[in-house]
Write a protein that binds this ligand. Structure first.
Ligand SMILES: Nc1nc2c(c(=O)[nH]1)N[C@H]1C(S)=C(S)[C@@H](COP(=O)(O)O)O[C@H]1N2
Ligand SMILES: [Mo]
Length: 386
C-alpha cells in the first residue's frame, strides 16, 4: 500500500501528467519501479500526453513497461473501423477460393489443430516519437497458418492469400476522374511464399487468455517481424486467389515514399509496408540514489542483433545489456544501460541498434528523404533533467 502511494506520488510529482487526469490514469499506468527507484521525467514530452486518444485507440505508456509481455489491458489498439463483436461460439473461419477443400473452421477445431506458442512483438507502422506507444509484445497461442492451409489443400495456381476481418466500412475508391463509395471489409494479403512460410500464425490467445475484443477476438493473423497492419484482427475469411489483391489497406494506405540517390540521381520509390525496420527507443530513465538506469525497447524483423548502444550527450556509444527474457526471435527486446556519474542539469540520451547483417538504426537526418511518416525507425534523442 505504502509502496503504491509512493509510486502514485512519483507519477504526480515528477511528470506533468495533470492533464491525463481528464482521461483518468488507469491503474495500469503506474510505473513498475523497484523499491527506492524514482522515475526521472523526460523533459521532451509535451505538457499534456494523451494515451487514450479516442474510444477506439489506446497507446502503451512505455515508461511503465515492467516485463517481457504487455498485459492485455495495456496492449495498444488501433484499427480503421472500430472493434466489431464476434461471437466465439458461432464463429467460423472460412477458407475459400483456390483450395481443394473449402472449409469453415470453428474455434474448437482450430484449438485441436493448434496449441503452439509464439512470442511476438510489433508496432504500428505509424508508431513514432514522442510517445512510441503503438507498440507491444505478446505471448500468443494458436495454429501455424500453413497447418490450416495444408488441411484445405492449396491449389498449384494459388498466388495470393487474402485475409479479411469481420470489420468493414464505407470507402471511396478513386478511378481516374471518378469516385465510388463502396462498403469494404478490412483486408490484407500475403504471397504464397509468405503464407506458407513456417512463421505465419493464427492466434486465439494472448498471454494465456482468449484474445480480447481489442486485440481481435476470437482469431487474428500474426506475421512475426512485420508491422502491425499485417496482423489482421477479427479474422473471418482466408480467400486464396491467383490475381493480386489491391484493397485500400494493402495497395494504397500503407505505403512509403522515399528518395534514394543512385549513381548521383535521385530515384523515388514507393514501397508497401511489410517487415519492421530496425528500431530502438529509450522508454524510461530511473534514479536510485546517485545511480541512474536507462531502459529501452528494440523492434525488428527477427534478424539477430549485434548490439544496442546508448549515448549520453556528446559521449561515446556505450553497450547496453539485453534482457534474456526477451531473447525470442520475434519478441521485442528490452535493454538496460547503467548510467553512472550523471551530473545535475539537462542531458540528451539516445539509443542505437545494429543487427547481425550490419544494418544500423538510422539517424533522423539519414531518413530526410522519406516523405511519408510511416516506418519511422530513426534514432530518438530524449531529454532528461537530473
Ligand atoms: N481487421 C482489422 N485488423 C487490423 C486492423 C484493422 O483496422 N482491422 N488494423 C491493423 C493495424 S494498422 C495495426 S497497427 C494492428 C494493431 O493491432 P492491435 O490493436 O492488436 O495492437 O492491427 C491491424 N489489424
Ligand atoms: Mo497500424
Amino acid at each position: 500500500m505504502e509502496n503504491q502511494s509512493t509510486r502514485r506520488d512519483v507519477l504526480k510529482g515528477s511528470l506533468a501528467l495533470a492533464a491525463l487526469g481528464v482521461f483518468g490514469i488507469p491503474e495500469w499506468a503506474l510505473p513498475a519501479l523497484a523499491l527506492g527507484e524514482t522515475l526521472v521525467p523526460f523533459t521532451d514530452l509535451p505538457e499534456t500526453i494523451n494515451l487514450v486518444p479516442g474510444p477506439e485507440r489506446r497507446l502503451l505508456d512505455i515508461r511503465t513497461i515492467d516485463g517481457p509481455f504487455t498485459p492485455k489491458d495495456q496492449f495498444f489498439t488501433t484499427q480503421h473501423y472500430g472493434h466489431p463483436v464476434v461471437d466465439p461460439t458461432t464463429f467460423r473461419l472460412k477458407v475459400s477460393g483456390l483450395v481443394d477443400r473449402p472449409t469453415a473452421l470453428s474455434l474448437d477445431e482450430l484449438r485441436r489443430m493448434g496449441g503452439k506458442e509464439l512470442a511476438a512483438g510489433f508496432e504500428c507502422s505509424g508508431n513514432r516519437r514522442p510517445l512510441q506507444g503503438l507498440s507491444g509484445n505478446g505471448r500468443w497461442t494458436g495454429v501455424p497458418l500453413r497447418t490450416v492451409l495444408s488441411q484445405a489443400g492449396v491449389k498449384s495456381q494459388a498466388r495470393e492469400f487474402v485475409f479479411f476481418g469481420a470489420d468493414h466500412g464505407e470507402e471511396e475508391v478513386e478511378f481516374r476522374q471518378q469516385k465510388f463509395k463502396v462498403e469494404q471489409q478490412f483486408g490484407r494479403s500475403l504471397s504464397r511464399e509468405q503464407a506458407l512460410s513456417s512463421d505465419a500464425f493464427l492466434a486465439y490467445a494472448l498471454n494465456g487468455e482468449p484474445l480480447t475484443r481489442h486485440q481481435g477476438s476470437p482469431l487474428r493473423l500474426l506475421m512475426p517481424g512485420w508491422y502491425g497492419v499485417a496482423n489482421v484482427k477479427w479474422l473471418s475469411e482466408i480467400h486464396v486467389q491467383e490475381e493480386q489483391y489491391l484493397g485500400k489497406f494493402q495497395a494504397r494506405w500503407y505505403r512509403t515514399l522515399k528518395g534514394e540517390m543512385i549513381d548521383g540521381e535521385m530515384k523515388w520509390k514507393e514501397t508497401a509496408v511489410t517487415h519492421m525496420q530496425l528500431k530502438s527507443f529509450i522508454a524510461r530513465v530511473t534514479q536510485d540514489g546517485s545511480r541512474h538506469k536507462v531502459m529501452g525497447v528494440v523492434l525488428n524483423d527477427g534478424t539477430p542483433l549485434k548490439s544496442v548502444e546508448v549515448k549520453v550527450d556528446d559521449g561515446p556509444w556505450q553497450t547496453a545489456t539485453m534482457d534474456p527474457a526477451t531473447s525470442g526471435k520475434y519478441s521485442w527486446k528490452l535493454f538496460t544501460y547503467a548510467w553512472s556519474g550523471a551530473t545535475p542539469g539537462e542531458h540528451t540520451l539516445v539509443s542505437r541498434v545494429t543487427d547481425a547483417k550490419g544494418n544500423v538504426q538510422p539517424t533522423e537526418q539519414a531518413l530526410e528523404n522519406k516523405k511519408t511518416f510511416l516506418e519511422d525507425n530513426s534514432q530518438y534523442p530524449r531529454k532528461v533533467k537530473i
